[in-house]
Design a protein around this ligand. Structure first.
Ligand SMILES: [Zn+2]
Length: 898
C-alpha cells in the first residue's frame, strides 16, 4: 500500500526528521574516506571548509547566504558522485566572546581581574560549552550537509598546535617581530584591535582653529585646526607644504605647543594639502597614523599622552589624570584664556569605533607583535596572477592586487585573555625571549627559571588564516590532510576578501607550499528591499530564525540563492521569502498531481511509445534545462540556474504539460501509460536539479515518488534503480543537443502561442471560462501540425471540437468573426454580437504595429555583423522568425482590408 501524500507541504513535519535521517545515515561523509577501508587515494575529492562563524552565534542573514552557497556546491558535487567533504566548525572570536563572559561577570558585580586569568578562562570554556552549540544547531537547521564528525573549533588542541607551529616558523624566519608601533586601541576593551574591527561612523563634531605661536617672540603664528584638541599635548611638529607661499618663511623655525610651552619644529612635507583647512598641520605621531608616518620621515619624537584607559598620562603635565574628552574641553578653555583660540565650528567627521564595544577607538603607539607581510604577499599575488587561485568574479582581482601591493605589517597581538596565547617567554635574568612550540620553563639562553609568558593572545585572524589546513590536521601529515588538502572552493562575502581570504592564501603558500583552494567565489552582501545595509538600529534586518519558523528553510535558502549573483549585493524582503514558500508548496502540489495521475494510468504498455508533440516538447525542454543548469553551475551562476529550474517547473511543466497530461491520461491505454512515464521522469529530473537549492521539500516529495514508482511502475525508475535518498541520488546526466529538439520546441511554441491568443480574446470578450466555442481555422503550411494537435488546442483554449472548421482561405462568411493571427495561423472565433467593428479594427492595428516593430528589429539584426558572427543555426532561426512575422503581418493587413 502506497503511503498517502499529504495535501499540503508542512515543512515543520519534515525538516528536522529529514536532516536527522541524512546525518544518521552517514550521507554527509565523503564516499571515499581515508579513515575507512577500501580508500582510494587516486580519486579526486571536492572539499570546502566552512567560513567558521563566531562561536557567539549572533545569527544574521549573511550566515544562511554563505551556508546555502556552500551547500549548493557540496550537494551538486555529491550528486555527481564525487568524494565530497564539507568541514564545519566555529571560530573562538576573541573579543566578541570575551565580552559575553565579561558581561556575565558584570551582572554578578565582578570584573575579570577580580577572579584572575585562570578562573576567567575556566568561565570562558564553560560558556563555550553551554552556548557554542547554538550556532551549529542553526547551521544544521539550514540544511547544511557538512560532515559533523570532522567538526573543528579554532581553539581545539590540534588547531592550537597549528597556531604555535605557524608563529614559531614565522619568528624563526624573521617574519614576526615585536615593535613599538601605531595601532588602534580600544580603551574600554583595553586591547589593540585590528583594522577590520574598526568601523567609521559619520558624526557631528567640531573643528577647532588655534594659533601655533612662533618661538621668536614676534607674536606671529601659524593657524592650525584639529578635531581633537587634547592631542595637542602630544604634538612634536607643525607641517606645511614646501611650496606654500604663506608659510614658506617659517620652515625650519620653532613654534610653541600651547599650554605646555614645548618647542617643536615647523617642517615641510608634500603630504600636507594646501587647500585643506588652514594649510598647516599639527603633527602628533603618537596618536594619528598619518602623523606617525610623517614622524618617521622627519625623525620626530613620538609622545604617547594616553594611559590604557584613555586618561591623560604624565606627558600631559597639568592635564594628567583627566579623561580624554574632559581634557579636550579643559585645554580648549585654557587656550581661550591664553588668547590662542581662533574659532571653532561644527564639523562632520568620521569617528573610528570598535565594532564590538561601540566605543571610540584611539590611534596609539604601543609595544605589539607584528607579522612582516611583504615577503609573504608576493607569492600570494603570483598565485592569483598565474591562475592557480581563481577569483570569481574576476573583477575582484584588481582589488586584490591593489590591496596586496600596499599591504602593511599586521599587528597580531591582542590584550585579551581569550585566545591563543603568544608562545614567547621573557627572561627576567638576561632579558632573552624564548620562542617555543612547547611551553617553556627555562630561558633557552641562560637557563634561568625566572621567565614569564607574554600575557597577550593572538588576533583571531591569525588562526583563521590557517583554517583550511589546520582543520585537516596540519602540521601533522594526517590521512585527511594528505587526501583533502588543498581544498577546492572557498565561498565568502567580498567584504572579507582581504582580512581572511588573502591571509589564507598567503599562509597556505607559506606553510604548505600550495594555495589552500583553487577558486574563491565571492558573493555579495544582503541588503533590504531599498538596497540599504541591514542593521538592528535601522530596524530593517530580517531574522533568519523567525523567517525559517514562518516560511521554512527551503524558502529562505531559495530566496538567498536565486537573489544572488557573483560579487553583487542583493535585496531581500520578507515578501520574496513568502513567495518562495509558495514555490515550495507549488513543488509539492505538482508532485501530488503527478503521483495522483499515476493511479489513473495502466501499469503496463502494449506497444512501443508513440510520443505526442507535448511529450516531445517537455522532453526536449528538460534536456535543454539539464544542459543549461550544468553550464551555469560550472560558472558559479547558481542564482540563474535556480531561476531557470523554477521557471521550467512552474511555467512549462505545471502550466502546460500537466494540463495536457490530463487529456492524455483520460485517453487511457498506452497513451496514459507513457504520459505517466513522462510525468514521472520529468518530475524526477526537476527534483534532482532543485535538490541543492531546496533540499527538504525535494527530498520529502522524491521519497513518495520513488515509493509509488517502485511499487507500481518498476520500469519508470533511473537506469540503475532508485537510490536510497535524493541527497545521494545521481545528478542528471548532461546530454548533447539532438536535432529534433528545436523543431519540437518550435512546433509546440506555435500551439502555446495560439492557445494564449485564444485565451486572451476570450477574456477580453468576457466569455465564461467553461463555455466551449467553435472556430474556423486557416492554418496554411502549419495545417498538418495544427490538425494533429487540435485535441490539445481545443482542451486548453476551450474550443468545441465538434464545431471546428478548417478552411484553405478566408471567405466572406467570416465577417462577424473575431480573428487572430499567430505564427501564420488564422483563427476565426464566432463571437458575433460581442464584436464591436471599430474596436476590432483597433485591436488588429495594434497587433500589426507590434509585429511590424518585431520585423524591423529582426531586419536590423540580420543586416548587422550578427549574421556573420553568430552560429549559422542561430541566424537561420532568426530568419525563420522574420518570415513568420512577415506572413502574419500580411494576413492581418488582408483582414483589415476586407
Ligand atoms: Zn635568560
Amino acid at each position: 500500500m502506497i503511503k498517502e501524500l499529504p495535501k499540503t507541504y508542512e515543512f515543520s513535519d519534515h525538516e528536522e526528521r529529514i536532516y536527522t535521517w541524512w546525518e544518521n545515515s552517514g550521507f554527509f561523509k565523503p564516499i571515499n574516506d581515508p579513515m575507512e577501508p577500501d580508500f582510494d587515494p587516486t580519486i579526486k575529492p571536492f572539499v570546502i571548509v566552512i567560513p567558521p562563524p563566531n562561536v557567539t552565534g549572533e545569527l544574521h542573514l549573511g550566515h544562511p547566504l554563505f551556508i546555502s552557497t556552500d551547500d549548493v556546491m557540496i550537494r551538486y558535487h555529491r550528486m555527481k558522485g564525487e568524494s565530497t567533504l564539507w568541514v564545519p566548525g566555529t571560530d573562538h572570536a576573541g573579543i566578541a566572546t570575551q565580552l559575553q563572559v565579561v558581561k556575565m561577570l558584570a551582572a554578578k558585580g565582578l570584573k575579570k581581574e577580580d577572579i584572575g586569568r585562570e578562573a576567567f578562562l575556566e568561565e570562558m570554556w564553560a560558556w563555550k560549552q553551554k552556548y557554542g552549540g547554538i550556532i551549529t544547531k542553526q547551521i544544521r537547521r539550514m540544511g547544511a550537509s557538512c560532515d559533523w564528525t570532522r567538526e573543528r573549533f579554532t581553539m581545539d588542541e590540534g588547531l592550537s598546535k597549528a597556531v604555535r607551529e605557524a608563529f614559531v616558523r614565522l619568528y624563526e624566519k624573521g617574519l614576526i617581530y615585536r615593535g613599538y608601533r601605531m595601532i588602534n586601541w580600544a580603551p574600554g576593551l583595553q586591547t589593540a584591535v585590528s583594522d577590520l574591527e574598526v568601523e567609521y561612523s559619520e558624526e557631528l563634531g567640531r573643528l577647532y582653529y588655534f594659533k601655533y605661536m612662533l618661538s621668536d617672540g614676534s607674536g606671529r603664528f601659524i593657524p592650525v585646526a584639529t578635531t581633537r584638541p587634547e592631542t595637542i599635548l602630544g604634538d612634536t611638529a607643525v607641517a606645511v607644504h614646501p611650496e606654500d607661499e604663506r608659510y614658506r618663511e617659517f620652515i625650519g623655525q620653532k613654534v610653541i605647543v600651547p599650554m605646555l610651552d614645548r618647542e617643536v619644529p615647523v617642517i615641510a612635507d608634500t603630504y600636507v594639502e594646501r587647500e585643506f583647512g588652514t594649510g598647516a598641520l599639527k603633527i602628533t605621531p603618537g596618536h594619528d597614523p598619518h602623523d606617525y608616518e610623517i614622524g618617521i620621515r622627519h625623525n620626530l619624537e613620538v609622545i604617547n599622552i594616553l594611559n590604557k584607559d584613555a586618561t591623560i598620562n604624565e606627558n600631559g603635565k597639568q592635564y594628567e589624570g583627566l579623561d580624554r574628552f574632559d581634557c579636550r574641553n579643559r585645554i580648549w578653555e585654557d587656550m581661550r584664556q591664553s588668547e590662542l583660540v581662533i574659532k571653532d565650528e561644527a564639523y562632520l567627521m568620521n569617528v573610528p569605533k570598535s565594532q564590538r564595544g561601540g566605543e571610540i577607538v584611539e590611534p596609539m603607539v604601543s609595544n605589539q607583535w607584528f607579522v612582516k607581510i611583504e615577503p609573504l604577499a608576493k607569492p600570494a599575488i603570483d598565485a592569483v596572477k598565474n591562475g592557480s587561485v581563481k577569483i570569481v568574479p574576476e573583477r575582484f582581482n584588481k582589488v586584490y592586487f591593489n590591496w596586496m601591493d600596499n599591504i602593511e605589517d599586521w599587528c597580531i597581538s591582542r590584550q585579551l585573555w581569550w585566545g591563543h596565547r603568544i608562545p614567547v617567554w621573557y627572561c627576567q635574568s638576561c632579558g632573552h625571549m624564548t620562542v617555543s612550540r612547547e611551553d617553556a620553563s627555562i630561558c633557552e639562553n641562560c637557563g634561568s627559571h625566572d621567565i614569564y609568558q607574554d600575557p597577550d593572545v593572538l588576533d583571531t585572524w591569525f588562526s583563521s588564516g590557517l583554517w583550511p589546513f589546520s582543520v585537516l590536521g596540519w602540521p601533522e601529515e594526517t590521512p585527511d590532510y594528505k587526501y583533502f588538502y588543498p581544498t577546492s572552493v572557498l565561498a565568502t562575502g567580498y567584504d572579507i576578501l582581504f582580512f581572511w581570504v588573502a591571509r589564507m592564501i598567503l599562509d597556505g603558500i607559506e606553510f604548505t607550499g600550495q594555495p589552500p583552494f583553487h577558486t574563491v567565489y565571492l558573493h555579495g552582501l544582503v541588503r533590504d528591499e531599498k538596497g540599504q545595509k541591514m542593521s538592528k538600529t535601522k530596524n530593517n534586518s530580517i531574522d533568519p530564525l523567525t523567517v525559517m519558523d514562518e516560511y521554512g528553510t527551503d524558502a529562505l535558502r531559495f530566496t538567498l540563492l536565486v537573489g544572488s549573483t557573483p560579487g553583487n549585493d542583493m535585496s531581500i524582503s520578507v515578501k520574496k521569502i513568502e513567495a518562495n514558500r509558495n514555490f515550495a508548496n507549488k513543488v509539492w502540489n505538482v508532485g501530488r498531481f503527478v503521483i495522483g495521475s499515476l493511479s489513473k494510468a495502466p501499469e503496463f504498455a502494449n506497444n512501443q511509445p508513440d510520443w505526442t508533440l507535448a511529450d516531445s516538447w517537455i522532453w526536449a525542454r528538460k534536456r535543454q534545462l539539464v544542459r543549461n543548469v550544468e553550464s551555469l553551475f560550472e560558472t558559479y551562476q547558481f542564482g540563474e540556474a535556480g531561476k531557470q529550474i523554477y521557471e521550467f517547473l512552474w511555467n512549462e511543466f505545471a502550466d502546460w504539460y500537466l494540463e495536457i497530461s490530463k487529456v492524455q491520461i483520460e485517453e487511457g491505454g498506452d497513451r496514459a501509460y507513457y504520459t505517466a512515464f513522462v510525468l514521472t521522469n520529468v518530475l524526477d529530473t526537476i527534483l534532482r536539479l532543485l535538490h541543492p537549492f531546496t533540499p527538504y521539500v525535494t527530498e520529502a516529495l522524491w521519497d513518495y515518488l520513488r515509493d509509488v514508482c517502485k511499487e507500481q511502475y518498476p520500469k519508470f525508475g533511473p537506469e540503475n534503480g532508485w537510490e536510497e535518498a535524493l541527497i545521494i541520488a545521481k545528478w542528471p546526466t548532461e546530454n548533447l543537443e539532438e536535432s529534433w529538439e528545436n523543431e519540437k520546441i518550435a512546433q509546440f511554441q506555435t500551439i502555446q502561442n495560439l492557445v494564449k491568443a485564444i485565451r486572451n480574446i476570450r477574456s477580453e470578450k468576457k466569455v465564461a471560462p467553461h463555455k466551449k466555442i467553435g472556430a474556423v481555422i486557416i492554418a496554411g503550411e502549419k495545417k498538418a501540425i495544427i490538425n494533429s494537435q487540435i485535441t490539445t488546442i481545443s482542451s486548453l483554449a476551450g474550443l468545441d471540437q465538434s464545431n471546428l472548421k478548417f478552411l484553405d482561405k478566408m471567405d466572406g462568411s467570416l465577417e462577424d468573426f473575431v480573428s487572430i493571427v499567430v505564427d501564420g495561423v488564422e483563427v476565426y472565433l464566432p463571437l458575433a454580437g460581442l464584436v464591436d467593428k471599430s474596436e476590432e479594427k483597433d485591436r488588429l492595428l495594434k497587433e500589426l504595429n507590434e509585429i511590424k516593430s518585431q520585423i524591423e528589429r529582426l531586419e536590423n539584426l540580420l543586416s548587422s555583423p550578427f549574421s556573420q558572427k553568430a552560429p549559422a543555426a542561430v541566424v537561420n532561426n532568426e530568419r525563420e522568425k522574420l518570415l513568420t512575422y512577415k506572413e502574419t503581418a500580411q494576413k492581418i493587413e488582408e483582414q483589415l482590408a476586407s
